[in-house]
Design a protein around this ligand. Structure first.
Ligand code: NAD
Length: 341
């Protein structure tokens, strides 16, 4: 049988594994993140020792359209498609994953990346560095990380904040969990996709911080919708009410940036002014509230408001499936519908 490392050169257009980066998961976030990362790496290399880029997605068309768009903009770049996470692992010593949630991370790592790393590291002492930017369960992430590390490879959790707009602009915040050494090693890579890179602690700490932040956000967006509706019923002008809240103690991102009422924020253009398109999907917020709820139960930590907000997002998806992929500030539309029933 041919050693795994011999097939690497073929996969990545004769680029060595140590000079190649694989990106697995080209969804709404991953596509933009990979594009920023690869284009900046390509420009940095400036023709010398041109790096290899490998993309992989369960939907083959996503990888194909990424490759075709990238090759058109950077005709000299060495970019190829891996048809499986195994192939992506063989091709590159840097692997970034941006998958939907826990089941996908568990299966991609446990069934593909980890067994491949085990074989690769048996054949050579070559270094592999994994960055998982998915938002997933902390316990599963720690389990995956310890299995990756047992192969001799390194891994950090680096979930992001900043949404699709931040992914596209390269202004994401990365919340990192891992050793100090791995954090330092990841920084130059993450800096090509984001602006703020925060070391939150050991493995799983980045995810813990991300889940706590989204718990606050999920609750705040509901209460801002409630307040804006109550103000409406009292005959208040939404722009005046939003201005009062945002200059008073109730001000928060959910009211000052993601206000759910069209034209409540003059000069800004929140998702509600685009029929709640282009933001953070209600289904993803429900997933993140579920992650907070699971971890709170395991730790016996009280979550009365978090649980109530989670139920509201669950009801939205059951009763208004049209809002599942809309921005989660569409909770306002759901509550408005409830009020008029
Ligand atoms: P997405 O569903 O758009 O993308 C996930 C991608 O992973 C898809 O392209 C899918 O085909 C691919 N995929 C699934 N299983 C796979 C497998 N086995 N092998 C290879 N590819 C596979 O999700 P997204 O919006 O890009 O979010 C990704 C992660 O980032 C989620 O954990 C989400 O919670 C988090 N996040 C999203 C946002 C946002 O605004 N969308 C913001 C912050 C964090």
């Amino acid at each position: 049988m041919r050693p795994l490392l011999q097939s690497v050169q073929h996969t990545a257009n004769c680029i060595s594994r140590s000079n190649s980066t694989s990106f697995i998961g080209l969804g709404r976030m991953g596509y933009q993140m990979a594009y920023n990362l690869f284009s900046k790496q390509y420009v940095q290399a400036d023709g010398s020792g041109s790096p290899g880029f490998v993309v992989c997605d369960a939907v083959a068309d996503s990888a194909r359209s990424f490759c075709s768009e990238f090759s058109q903009q950077y005709p000299g770049a060495h970019i190829s498609i891996a048809t499986s996470p195994e192939e992506a692992t063989i091709a590159s010593s840097r692997i970034i994953t941006m998958l939907p949630s826990s089941p996908q991370v568990k299966s991609v790592y446990s069934e593909s990346i980890i067994p491949t790393l085990r074989k690769l590291h048996m054949e050579s002492s070559e270094y592999t560095f994994c960055i998982d930017s998915t938002t997933l369960d902390v316990v599963i992430a720690r389990e995956v990380a310890s299995n990756v590390e047992r192969t001799g490879a390194r891994i950090i959790d680096a979930p992001v904040s900043g949404g699709v707009t931040g992914a596209k602009a390269g202004t994401l915040s990365f919340l990192v969990g891992g050793t100090e050494e791995d954090f330092e090693a990841a920084k130059p890579i993450l800096a090509l996709m984001g602006q703020r890179i925060i070391h939150c602690g050991p493995s799983g700490a980045g995810l813990g911080a991300k889940i706590c932040n989204n718990l606050v956000l999920g609750v705040e967006q509901v209460v801002v919708a409630e307040a804006m509706l109550l103000g409406r019923s009292l005959g208040l002008d939404p722009a005046i009410l939003a201005a009062v809240i945002n200059s008073s103690t109730g001000g928060c991102w959910a009211s000052s940036v993601n206000n759910p009422v069209p034209f409540a924020l003059p000069g800004k253009s929140p998702p509600c002014e685009r029929d709640y398109e282009g933001g953070f999907a209600t289904s993803l917020m429900l997933k993140d509230m579920g992650l907070a709820s699971d971890v709170a139960r395991q730790r016996d930590s009280p979550l009365p408001l978090g649980e109530a907000a989670k139920e509201i997002y669950a009801h939205i998806i059951q009763q208004r499936p049209d809002l599942a992929q809309k921005d989660f500030s569409s909770v306002y539309q759901y509550l408005k519908g409830e009020a008029t029933v």
